[in-house]
Write a protein of this length. Structure first.
Length: 933
RNA sequence: GCGGAUAUGGCGUAAUUGGUAGCCGCGCUAGACUUAGGAUCUAGUUCUUCACGGAGUGGGGGUUCGAGUCCCCCUAUCCGCACCA
């Protein structure tokens, strides 16, 4: 019988569905294991071959663990809120819920065809009220907690209020708590809440009525529509993720992630140690008597080289310190800087700009007067928005000093007694190696020692202290969008209050339009029913707002990362209507043991989810501080485009790639990769592809038209998108699964290329044929050894996620069994559980054909036997005195005399034994031989 | 500019982690079988040479009996961050 995947695959997929083969229980005697994929956003385009790469890898591991006797949780769901569905809604009026539902159905259909072992019973969708209820609930908890720096964890705001009420804790700004009214108290508490409302500079596009991300603005105009964009302060919800910066850095030590991804996160968080120093303003004006700037520096050792100071254009002190003579110029500059988009500013980094305020500050260590400048090379969002400029040892300060002709003073040199460095005529010396010079009490010290000494000094003088700064910013949590989670927030006297937890979910209301309102409010402003009745505790018509008992609800919605930050916890207990997840469920599964997904989420989802989890840990919900124990980043699948070459002189003539006539062709033209097989063009289908090619003629090489190719991004416009459905229809899911793994290491980025898929398909057919006539004959020792080698290799490879080599190993095994005509049940049967994780359908079918009941996907993982492995000749790795090690191959019947001789004959043996035989050779098969000389 | 990674046949890759470089697959060459196929099987395929042999893991140096693997210096490509004080 032929290998008919079309009959086999649907049959077993149905079998698994009916028997609920992959259902996970929340309690079991077995050890638990949680394998998770990053859930997809169900886009209208459906799955392409890049999506399943990670899913296949995780599925292999999940199946393997199941066969090893683990209770495996392997769920799947959808990140269903998002922009594309909403953009589509604006264009067509089609409700995002409808398109999302349709896309999910299509995704599910595509996923089902690939034979994944997901427990679909646990599916979650972020747009499902039964799910986002808990996203809203978490937001309320964030709102109601603050970060206690001393205990280093989130604590209820109510505790803080109690301490303020009792007078145990003074207010930070020195005011008296008991004298404040409700609004003032709430405003004060807002600076502590982990979810807080604050004025934040954003890119606001009045025409589009929305905030735009930096990458949506070019040259001060919106990418979509080309409307002007202004920098504007807007009240936005934010999450105080910066409170967790240190723990987010520290937690990386506990997780098994690639070093490069950890490094990406460390850089993103950007921890830097340094000092905060106060520079008092020099002025006769009594109003400025106690005014001082706080600066942050990582190079306190260079404080003796400060020749000027720079404030960011947004700095609050600029208005107060600017002298009348400079006022007009400063205001013009600040204004200019303010209206520059983030994009423009970044594009013109090398252009030096700035203006002198007329004011001077006092260097607290030297007592020297230095001018204070304003420039946009100092960023408002980092440190204190003010710096001490040391042009000799900072390249940016150097550029500024050269441009405005400010003095440059060397305070670090390669040697303590070095002459002044002429290199400083052209560039700064930023290196931290060397010695301090011209630096008062630290002169002659090494830079590193001076850093410590200066910090100690400013600390004792009371003009500064040691401190740590982070590059990480708080996460803006508001979106002026419809298709997202509504905030469980209403406003009373402009003060936000949370909806009572029992009233959740606060379901997304229907709106008449998905666009912003005429007054520039988010789409929820169109909702007829979007007001909160405080007394009746329910949502009522917007028209009933009276600000006495009925109040307006928040109109913006949460961003995409809200729903994806805790979904992995919900899978543990997805049907729970009483809680996010039960304590029993979370204390059973604990955390994700293996997480598979793209590295592009390194600075987004993977940071937010860790923050979310740490917060839930602090409030006693999660039981682990880190959510994802091991993480594998699947490499991006790029497209492999094909090209045809059109003659310059004849529009209908196409020249094959390797012909001399190629030189006389135009730029290569993209051709749909579905018309190409192994780079050979199907000329008939090409003519039918588009009317303009109907009359195409071809200059062929050896009767074929060979296309050119190039690796590009996978995109529709390049006709290089590969749809997995086509390949499943042609080769079956098992072949596709195997081939995606065979392509190369999972973690490596690689172009999609179907050129090798035939080989994998051939292997499965060959494997299938092995089982044509299984007999009960005694296998030869060589075949037994082959079996055990295969088991060992496959087991090792799965454990180290080297899935591409598993396929090779199975191919070698199949080739050898075929070549020696082995059909022995004793060898063939154990191979089936072995291949089941990779190609579950064929394994299942053959398992039944060899006379088994039940599912091979639940059958025990085969064990290898060392004794069988060494049956017929094997390799001894050898070590000399535990130091040297090398491999000697010996026949199976070799005795210790042969081992002595082999060691002595080996180059290493000749050198270290000098012709003598070793006294003793200890050898353990497949391990080490110690040679005693 | 800073940080990280990678570099092996015509192509995708492998190498028991310091021990015979090129497994497996694609492609290619030759052949077998054939009811002519996008089927199956066999042999060959790093380069160079008629051959013996020689060279060979981006380039250069080093450690070692022995280096694709470890160390130093370059080069190229990819990714992340980017005026972060």
């Amino acid at each position: 019988m032929d290998y008919n995947f079309n009959a086999i695959e649907p049959k077993w997929q149905q079998f698994w569905r009916e028997k609920q083969t992959y259902r996970a229980e929340n309690c079991s005697d077995k050890p638990h294991f949680y394998v998770l994929d990053m859930f997809p956003y169900p886009s209208g385009a459906g799955l392409h071959v890049g999506h399943p790469l990670g899913y296949i890898a995780s599925d292999i591991y999940a199946r393997y663990k199941r066969q090893c006797g683990f209770n495996v949780l392997h769920p799947m769901g959808y990140d269903a809120y998002g922009l594309p569905a909403e953009q589509y809604a604006i264009q067509t009026g089609q409700h995002p819920a409808v398109t999302t539902e349709r896309n999910i159905a299509r995704y599910r259909e595509q996923l089902d065809k690939l034979g994944f072992s997901f427990d679909w019973d646990r599916e979650v969708r972020t747009c499902d009220p039964r799910y986002y209820r808990w996203t809203q609930w978490t937001f309320i908890q964030l709102f109601n907690h603050y970060y206690d720096e001393r205990r280093n964890q989130a604590r209820p705001v109510s505790e803080l209020v109690a301490r303020l009420d009792s007078g145990e804790e003074p207010m930070r700004d020195g005011r008296e708590w008991s004298t404040l009214n409700e609004a003032e108290k709430q405003r004060y508490l807002m600076d502590f809440r982990l979810a807080y409302l604050a004025d934040i500079p954003v890119n606001w596009c009045p025409e589009l009525g929305t905030v735009l991300a930096n990458d949506e603005v070019v040259g001060g105009l919106s990418v979509r529509g080309g409307h002007p964009v202004e920098r504007k302060l807007m009240r936005q919800w934010s999450l105080r993720i910066t409170a967790y910066a240190q723990r987010l850095v520290d937690g990386l030590e506990q997780v098994d992630w690639s070093e490069s991804l950890k490094e990406i996160q460390r850089n993103w968080i950007g921890r830097s140690e340094g000092a905060a120093v106060w520079f008092p303003v020099v002025s006769d004006d009594p109003a400025l008597k106690d005014v001082r700037f706080e600066i942050f520096t990582t190079r306190p050792d260079t404080i003796f080289g400060v020749t000027f100071m720079v404030l960011c254009p947004e700095h609050e002190l600029i208005g107060r310190i600017t002298t009348p003579a400079q006022r007009a110029e400063v205001e013009a500059y600040v204004n200019w800087a303010k209206n520059r988009s983030e994009r423009e500013r970044q594009a013109e980094v090398k252009k030096v700009s700035g203006v002198f305020t007329g004011a001077y500050a006092l260097n607290p260590l030297t007592g020297e007067r230095v001018p204070v400048w304003v420039s946009d090379y100092v960023l408002a969002g980092y440190g204190t928005g003010a710096i001490m400029a040391v042009p000799a040892h900072d390249s940016r300060d150097f550029a500024f000093a050269r441009h405005f002709d400010l003095p440059v003073r060397q305070v670090v040199a390669q040697a303590p007694d070095a002459a002044e460095d002429t290199a400083l005529w052209t560039e700064s010396m930023d290196s931290k190696s060397g010695y301090c010079v011209n630096s008062g009490f630290v002169t002659g010290m090494k830079v590193k020692d001076a850093m410590r000494a200066v910090i100690d000094k400013i600390d004792s003088m009371g003009v500064g202290h040691r401190t740590v700064n982070y590059r990480l910013r708080d996460a803006i949590f508001s979106r002026q969008r419809y298709w997202g989670e509504p905030f469980p927030i209403y406003y009373k006297d402009n003060i936000p209050y949370t909806i009572p937890e029992e009233c959740l979910p606060l379901t997304l209301p229907e709106v008449s339009e998905f666009k912003p309102t005429a007054t520039g409010e988010p789409p929820l402003g169109h909702a007829a029913c979007w007001a909160w009745d405080e007394a009746r505790r329910c949502v009522v018509e917007t028209s009933k707002i009276d600000n006495k008992t009925v109040f307006p609800l928040e109109l913006s919605t949460m961003p995409g990362f809200a729903g994806s930050s805790g979904y992995y916890l919900r899978y543990m207990d997805p049907h729970n209507d009483e809680a996010y997840f039960s304590p029993q469920a979370v204390s059973y599964w604990k955390q994700v043991d293996l997480y598979v997904g793209g590295a592009e989420h390194g600075t987004g989802h993977l940071i937010y989810a860790r923050f979310w989890n740490k917060f839930l840990y602090d409030i006693g919900m999660a039981v682990m501080d880190e959510p994802f124990r091991k993480l594998i980043n699947q490499g991006m699948i790029q497209g492999r485009s094909n090209f045809v070459y059109r003659s310059k002189t004849d529009n209908n003539l196409f020249v094959s790639k390797n012909l001399p006539g190629r030189a006389e062709t135009t730029v290569p033209i993209h051709v749909d990769i579905n018309l190409v097989d192994n780079d050979v063009l199907d000329v008939e289908r090409f003519r039918r592809w588009r009317p303009e090619f109907a009359d195409a003629r071809f200059e062929l090489e050896e009767g074929r038209y060979v296309c050119g190719w190039e690796v590009e991004k996978m995109s529709k416009s390049m006709f290089n998108v590969q749809n997995p459905d086509d390949l499943v229809a042609r080769y079956g899911a098992d072949t596709l699964r195997l081939y995606e793994m065979f392509l190369g290491p999972v973690e490596q980025a690689k172009p999609w290329d179907t050129n090798g898929i035939e080989g994998v398909f051939r292997f499965l057919k060959k494997f299938w044929r092995l089982y044509d006539a299984v007999d009960d004959s005694q296998p030869s020792p060589a075949m037994v050894k082959l079996l055990h080698q295969t088991i060992k290799k496959v087991t090792d490879d799965i454990e180290r996620f080297s899935f591409n080599t598993i396929v090779s190993t199975m191919m070698i095994c199949t080739n050898e069994l075929t070549a020696s005509g082995c059909h022995s049940r004793a060898v063939l049967e154990p191979l089936l559980p072995l291949i089941a994780p990779l190609a579950p359908h064929i394994a299942e079918e053959l398992w039944h054909q060899t006379g088994h009941d039940g599912s091979v996907c639940l059958a025990a993982w085969p064990r290898y036997d060392d004794a069988q492995l060494v049956e017929s000749g094997f390799t001894y790795p050898v070590s000399f005195n535990g130091k040297m090690r090398f491999t000697i191959e010996l026949p199976a019947d070799a005795g210790s005399d042969d081992a002595f001789a082999a060691v002595a004959a080996h180059p290493a043996g000749q050198k270290y034994l000098a012709g003598a035989t070793p006294k003793k050779v200890i050898f353990v098969p497949k391990k080490i031989i110690n040679v005693v000389i």
